[in-house]
Design a protein around this ligand. Structure first.
Ligand code: IVH
Length: 452
């Protein structure tokens, strides 16, 4: 909604430039620093708005626009490998109506009976495994979809990935794709340890899994107890025409496959699957963020083909993040070890996604401003894949007498120094790294350890 309001004050070109800059920044946060600042849904909405504007205004074409690529997780330390088959992403949908559109599009294009395989969308990091004569020979990350990092040594430490297959009718050479995941229990334990060591926490199991996979020391990777679900078999000679049937085969060869996937013949059966797993997924040991729907027959998949970025035969349906409304009592500001100042909302306690939430992140000064926050406001708190809930909106109609407007502070709450904002950064920093207590905390503890 915020973006629509802005549009009325901006030219189309300014809005396109702004969206490109924002998406480049969030792409970097997500793929390079492993610390996303916005939800996937917010990212997708921005991307869609940009795609629509670019389609309507081809005169603003830019070969480096974020819409030109699917993102990259390449890091320098690993050998780069070309994917034999490109690793594409899936188009996202957020409503039953959009799922129905997908179903109708497939029905019209195929003009014959078809089945849809319904699966969970695992929220980890994707991997492509190559097997030759029943042995794992290579594991490659998605990278930019065309080539990725060879992380074979790290992947070999994941116990649920078979190094040698059980006897079976697998092709001499094939690829199998899936998702590497950090189970919730391992993630919670890892963050607890990091908290004790005063290290920065992983925002969610997805970042923890992709961060772990890129570690240089595979024995540390082994200690992180990653898991993997496989969901797509590729080969010149797959054993069956059905995707579901191929995965059942893969299961018998030794792969971990989500065996509660279902083949649906009707849209109602698809909705049934979605509604069931929207609730039941909370009992799973790993994070999921939606459902994936795939036309089951490989022959029909070939007929439907691909767009530049994603298959026409598959789509993701993203679950809604859980959201509650509660009262904003106070905003406090925390200074981290780097001097970055984080605004924290203190709330009336509210039950959200299985925990009681009293505090939520407000991220930065721009977000506070765009929310037009006042003390006493009824605010919407959302918990998606992130461990720290965040404020996503204000119920302005519930505002009777507006309390004090929330403004970002100008001086450090710890040492009183004037805050600075570096060019291109959203955060404010306390520049006093020589005497500001939270910034010298580590130095102090090292000094006292030396004195002891
Ligand atoms: S199929 C060509 N199935 O979602 C289609 N992907 O944007 C290949 N994902 O990069 C993907 N669960 O990392 C597929 N059951 C599932 C999935 C799944 C999670 C991830 C995958 C992919 C992204 C799609």
């Amino acid at each position: 909604m915020f973006y629509i309001i802005i549009l009325t004050f901006m030219t189309i070109q300014e809005r396109i430039d702004e969206l490109r800059a924002e998406l480049h920044r969030h792409n970097y946060n997500y793929y390079v620093s492993n610390s996303p600042k916005i939800s996937d849904q917010e990212f997708d909405f921005m991307m869609r708005e940009l795609q629509d504007l670019e389609a309507a205004h081809p005169e603003y074409y830019d070969e480096n626009s974020p819409t030109m690529r699917v993102g990259s997780d390449i890091s320098k330390e690993f050998v780069q490998v070309d994917h034999k088959y490109p690793m594409l992403s899936l188009g996202n949908t957020y409503s039953a109506a959009e799922v129905a559109d997908f179903y109708q599009r497939v029905k019209t294009s195929l003009n014959e009976d078809f089945e849809v395989c319904c699966e969970l969308k695992f929220d980890g990091t994707s991997i492509s495994l190559t097997y030759q004569n029943g042995k794992l020979v290579q594991a490659v990350t998605r990278g930019d979809g065309t080539h990725g990092d060879d992380v074979t040594e790290n992947v070999k430490t994941i116990r649920s990935i078979p190094l040698v297959l059980n006897k079976g009718d697998y092709p001499d050479e094939f690829e199998i794709r899936g998702e590497i995941l950090m189970p919730w229990a391992v993630f919670d334990e890892l963050n607890k340890e990091r908290e004790q060591r005063e290290e920065s926490l992983f925002a969610n199991p997805r970042n923890a899994a992709s961060g772990t996979l890129k570690l240089q020391n595979s024995s540390v990777v082994a200690s992180r107890k990653l898991d993997a679900y496989l969901y797509y078999l590729l080969s010149e000679n797959v054993p069956c025409d059905g995707h579901y049937e191929n995965l059942i085969k893969a299961k018998s060869w030794g792969f971990k496959v989500f065996d509660q996937m279902r083949k649906a013949k009707t849209l109602d059966e698809i909705y049934e699957f979605i509604n069931y797993w929207d609730v039941e997924r909370k009992n799973l040991p790993v994070a999921t963020d939606g459902i994936v729907l795939k036309v089951n027959s490989y022959r029909q998949q070939r007929n439907l083909g691909f767009t530049a970025k994603s298959p026409r035969w598959a789509i993701a349906y993203k679950f809604q993040a859980e959201r509650e409304c509660t009262r904003l009592n106070e905003v406090t500001f925390q200074v981290g070890r780097t001097g970055a100042v984080t605004p924290v909302a203190n709330l009336d306690p509210v039950q959200l996604a299985g925990t009681v939430v009293k505090r939520a992140s407000l991220h930065n000064a721009d977000i506070i401003k765009s929310l037009d926050l006042h003390i006493g406001d009824m605010v919407y708190v959302e918990k998606g894949g992130e461990i720290i809930p965040k404020i996503v909106g204000v119920d302005k109609e519930a505002r009777s007498m507006a309390g004090e407007e929330v403004n970002f502070i100008t001086h450090c709450p710890e040492c009183g120094s004037e805050l600075v904002r570096y060019e291109g950064e959203a955060a404010y920093y306390c520049p006093n790294d020589s005497t500001c207590p939270p910034q010298i905390k580590e130095e102090l503890s090292i000094l006292s350890a030396v004195r002891l």
